[in-house]
Design a protein around this ligand. Sequence first.
Ligand SMILES: Cc1cc2nc3c(=O)[nH]c(=O)nc-3n(C[C@H](O)[C@H](O)[C@H](O)COP(=O)(O)OP(=O)(O)OC[C@H]3O[C@@H](n4cnc5c(N)ncnc54)[C@H](O)[C@@H]3O)c2cc1C
Length: 447
Amino acid sequence: MAEQKYQFDVLYLGSGHGAFNGAMPLAQAGFKLGMIEADKIGGTCPNRGCNAKISLDMPVKVKNEVDQMQGHGLTGTTTIDWKANYEHEHEVIDALPNAIGSGLESLGIELIHGKGTLVDEHTIAVNGQNYTADKIVIATGAHYHQLDIPGKEYLNNGTDFLNLAEQPDRMTIIGGGYIAIEFATIAATAGTKVTLMLHHEHALKQFYQPFVEELLKDLEAKGVTIMKNVTPSAVTKKADGYEVETDQGNVASDWILDATGRLPNVEGIGLDEVGVEYDDHKGIAVNDHLQTSVDSIYASGDVLDKEVGRLTPTAIYEGLYLTKLFTGQTTDPIDYPAVPSAVFASPRIAQVGVTPDEAKAHPDQFDVKEVDLSEDWFRLAMRANQGKTITVFDKEGYLVGMTEISSEADNSIGSVLPFIEYHIDPEKMNDFITLFPTIESETKHHL
Ligand SMILES: Cc1cc2nc3c(=O)[nH]c(=O)nc-3n(C[C@H](O)[C@H](O)[C@H](O)COP(=O)(O)OP(=O)(O)OC[C@H]3O[C@@H](n4cnc5c(N)ncnc54)[C@H](O)[C@@H]3O)c2cc1C
């Protein structure tokens, strides 16, 4: 542990998943910790990310399920009450900062409220006061990119969407990433007339494109107008809303979401002054021990320049890795497991491991199996007559990747992770007895 010359053993800049999940066991191991937070404790995921959006998505998913069962055991459709859904979301998330904060304080972690700026390799200043530590972990996360066009003050970001209490009649969403697609799904299912503006021909570029095309067709069937290869150039205020000017004509709207990406929070935190190397777009550069160019300073979570996804589970994994490193439980470089990712639209797309495109490009290394889930009896019982799974096996028959589009793709992919991560012998997969009948049992049946 640190010499007594510093106030803390470890000082975290930021209190999101990249910080607090690792800090808890580190405090339990007897380390003296401080955590600096300028906004809500818990960071993006609980307050303005995953938890918030999945709460809003719950009625959307249920509505789709109810719609699917019409005439098959259910009569009477449902409608989404936007305001009530917004209130439901806030009932779920509003208590989280206090819950996380008290959990941290109960372990003796000192919470410091305010914006922190690095002063030197062992010091962070907050509200004019210096806090020192043997080691510093920068976990400042990311912020929304904003289009720099005339009228940009009329654009809203993802946090504004999650705090939108009144339903707009017409919404324009600019962007083709997972936040754009998920929020288009929520708004369109609730009955808002959505226009989705894609800067390129494709959306969700990190996902298997034939599945993405299916998803976009599904959005169109929900009434979403999709504009491709479009460039918005200005937003103007009108008597009855706004107009987005583009190279393909103007689009009238009541509310506009700028979902053009997220950038690491590297500005104004003293990185240049202290000599921590970073890139404005990619984030903070670290070695394979998550150590920055300054020995006593580490980084974790979305602010990292990293190949793996900017996701909550990767942020948690990095925070926990640092805990193992600081307590001497490991000296090994960080080694990520197979990282799953999903678009929580209706249907979902989820994937893990070797992608269908990689596998098809290397037929000497991989075998690919495609299953049409619309013929699956369990999906028939759910009336979820849409879905495909692509599994990828290496030449010895081990499962190395899976991609699925279906209403349960997130659960399907979740159920095969141990097979991939622990390199389970194809024969041994049958040693796992699943609950039957479930999505997990059907997923395993199709392997
Ligand atoms: C709309 C949305 C939906 C998402 N959905 C999913 C999902 O379904 N699944 C998933 O895995 N991931 C999802 N994510 C991504 C996930 O939220 C992030 O990967 C995760 O929160 C990263 O954690 P972090 O600790 O690195 O950063 P953050 O959670 O962003 O925490 C960083 C914290 O640092 C604070 N901070 C920054 N600078 C300073 C400073 N100078 N001084 C003090 N405090 C500072 C910030 O206020 C913030 O609280 C979503 C993100 C968004 C925006």
